[in-house]
Design a protein around this ligand. Sequence first.
Ligand code: XIL
Length: 353
Amino acid sequence: MFGKYVLALAVTLGLAAVVGGRGAADAAAPARPAVAGVYARSAASTPPQLGAAVNTVMLGSADPRYVRTLLAHYASVTPEYEMEMSQLEPARGRFDFAPADRIVTFAARHGLPVRGHTLVWDEMIPAWLTRSHPTRAQLIGILHRYISTVVSHYRGRVGEWDVVNEPLTRSGGLRQSLWERVIGPGYIALAFRFAHRADPHAALFVNDYGAEWRDAKERALHRLVAHLRAEHVPVSGVGFQAHLRLDAHPPQAELTGVLRSFAALGVRIEVTELDVDAAGSAPLSQRLAAEAAIYRAVAGACRAVRACSRVTTWGITDAASWLGASERGLPFDAGYRAKPAWRALRAGLTPPV
Ligand code: XIL
């Protein structure tokens, strides 16, 4: 299976050179693209940054607590859905940057770096594209135009991108997305090359969930990233979504080992979408304590690996979580009160005195 991918990737890399315009003029380009925009903690003792996914509904709400909590405690933002393809290009060739621009403008006003999320995913694909049944060449052209348009629009204002989101299945195969089915496995390298060409200074990530444990998916992600890097594809970093549950979370030592093994590939690491589904029948106080222990373990694992530069929670308050309020997955409760998870997250990120 993986052999097929290697062959397809090699074939497509040549195509990428043509489609991406890497003609002879680029032949002199550095053999290994600089790992652009690499953010690094200045020292192992420097804590990882804390970021949050935000959305325009909450940023525009009359309740001042959302913005007050965000600005008081977080140092970067990720648009929760405003940069998905169905939001940015709702009709073929018609781009709507307004909602995402509101987040980027807000972030710039407050000096918050922005994580662009996400350029290529099998979810939130606009209907005009799924209905068009494109050929391989047509879809490569669409991919090139889309990535070039979006990354160019935000060049200089969005310093890093989740270029390919969730490329793998639970068992470590390639997810049969529209991109994989029509273009083949090489869509991944194409997407990175198109993004790098549009903004050579941006840090470019592959982002997935369920790779926080040592298992088939984690090994497949490691092989994928190692191969892309060996093929000089400009992958700067790996995002571990870390959507965890009380009955499904890695021990801190195991996650630390996973992050270290990816850091050894020379890439930056981020925890990109942390939340902990705390639903269950046990008393709430027990569930919140267990949730806090998981937050602390994830934060501690990131802090222990210098290449892990940021933990982003997938939201701020249980009042606005994709999980739903009753899952109580975030660090602040629906009334913006700090939960045990908040104190544990901070303790895990901050080195002992
Ligand atoms: C979710 C958002 O939270 C929702 O608001 C949106 O409707 C769908 O996407 N993995 C991802 C995120 O990479 O983009 C998803 O976010 C959560 C799972």
